[in-house]
Design a protein around this ligand. Structure first.
Ligand SMILES: C[S@@+](CC[C@H](N)C(=O)[O-])C[C@H]1O[C@@H](n2cnc3c(N)ncnc32)[C@H](O)[C@@H]1O
Ligand code: SF4
Length: 394
């Protein structure tokens, strides 16, 4: 039904996302939903278990086949292992997890206890995603991270020594005043661990964050775009030199170590989210929970699912998303878009040489962004969607 399904390297199965909305400190650049009242964690876990139970009551009796669990946040590594065990037990009543399920937890190196890591492993967690961001102490301070570079390194080394063999690091480039030398230190230190996966993001000034306020009041200056592009090109080249594949604009893997979970989002597979601000897609509609712990909890106490809103996927949305997601991951399948949705991408592009010809190219049966244009992927996607809306979607 969805053309993008063919982009997944795995057979279709659902993913499960659990949002843990707690952090020791709110980083100045981050707009993910989290609060710093850690004493609320035990009560939150009880509410979360209730939400999972409510979901079970509202669905038919069959279990949903799934092959990934992602515990994200916030800072899920704050959770004592006994809580993870309770969550898993509850999920098992709804989902039928495959034997090779990818089970990821996001971990902040400043809030990860060594003894928790080994217990997480015993509980079946087989993938760690560390939010490192930088290996320069001054940059970590600027981002208000709660750990030093050395502490991040110690945590990664502990995880490796404990036998975790599927580890991902999150890094952010494009900080104000960042030099190539500074970024090279971060990237090369990250690569020295020869890990399975890296997510490398360009800093985004998200609305409402303290960092964006500082930018708007000229307290700080954004890094010039040509410098960001230089850093991006260096990164792509270095990753290639070390045999990592850039399988998505911001994600690099070794061999077959994809983020199986993220691939659900990019290929129109089902995913079910629990916890405040989590999103779900049941194959037909998307819906999302309140991004507020009180509102979320109040609904659950009234035996109502804490859903803030629902968005049905109609054909126009499917076309838009197929292009947007396909250009980021795996390519836009040309034939299904033409046959099922009457959108002839090749025809559209050849009729607008200036705007797209330099940036887009057919690759077998897919339309992809030319490697030299990936840095401006967002711009290309926005322009292509606008163009298609004008021509096709009214
Ligand atoms: C939801 S956060 C959770 C990670 C974990 N809490 C931590 O920070 O250690 C996931 C990742 O998103 C990235 N991220 C968050 N805000 C960002 C921003 N404004 N610009 C770029 N990347 C961002 C960071 O790399 C972060 O590690
Ligand atoms: S980046 Fe991670 S640790 Fe920092 S506020 Fe966001 S979720 Fe919390």
């Amino acid at each position: 039904m969805y053309p993008l399904l063919e982009n997944s390297p795995y057979p279709p199965a659902a993913g499960v996302y659990i949002h843990i909305p707690f952090c020791v400190h709110k980083c100045n650049y981050c707009d993910f939903y989290s609060i710093t009242k850690l004493d609320k964690i035990p009560h939150f876990i009880q509410t979360l278990l209730q939400e999972i139970e409510l979901f079970a009551k509202n669905k038919d009796y069959r279990k949903i086949e799934a092959d990934s669990i992602f515990i994200g946040g916030g800072t899920p590594s704050l959770l004592e292992p006994q809580y993870i065990e309770l969550i898993l037990k509850s999920l098992n009543t709804i989902f039928d997890f495959s034997v090779d399920t990818e089970f990821t937890i996001e971990a902040n190196p400043g809030a990860t206890e060594n003894k928790y890591l080994s217990e997480y492993k015993q509980l079946g967690i087989n993938r760690l995603s560390f939010g490192v961001q930088s290996f320069n102490d001054d940059e970590l301070k600027f981002l208000e991270r709660i750990h030093t570079a050395k502490e991040a390194q110690n945590t990664i080394e502990t995880a490796i020594n404990q036998g975790f063999d599927n580890i991902s690091l999150d890094l952010i480039f494009g900080l104000p005043n960042q030099t190539m030398e500074k970024w090279a230190n971060t990237l090369q230190t990250a690569l020295s661990y020869n890990l399975q996966h890296y997510s490398i993001y360009n800093l985004i000034y998200e609305e409402g964050t303290r960092l964006t306020k500082d930018l708007n009041s000229s307290k700080i200056n954004a890094l010039p775009e040509d410098m960001e592009e230089e850093i991006y090109n260096y990164t792509v080249q270095e990753m290639q030199n070390k045999n990592y594949k850039q399988y998505e604009i911001s994600n690099y893997n070794k061999e077959n170590y994809f983020s199986r979970h993220n691939i659900k989002y990019w290929t129109h597979q089902e995913y079910y989210g629990f916890g405040p601000s989590s999103h779900s897609f049941d194959g037909k509609k998307r819906y999302w929970n309140f991004s507020n712990l009180n509102k979320y909890s109040e609904n659950i106490y009234k035996n109502q699912l804490p859903i803030e809103d629902i968005d049905e996927l109609d054909n126009d949305k499917i076309i838009r998303e197929t292009i947007m997601l396909g250009l980021r991951f795996g390519g836009v399948p040309i034939l299904p878009l033409k046959d099922i949705y009457q959108v002839d991408l090749l025809d559209l592009i050849s009729n607008n040489e200036n705007l797209f010809k330099r940036h887009l190219e057919p690759n077998i049966n897919k339309l992809i962004i030319s490697p030299s244009s990936k840095f401006i992927a967002n711009e290309i996607v926005i322009n292509l969607i606008k163009y298609i809306e004008l021509k096709i979607i009214k």
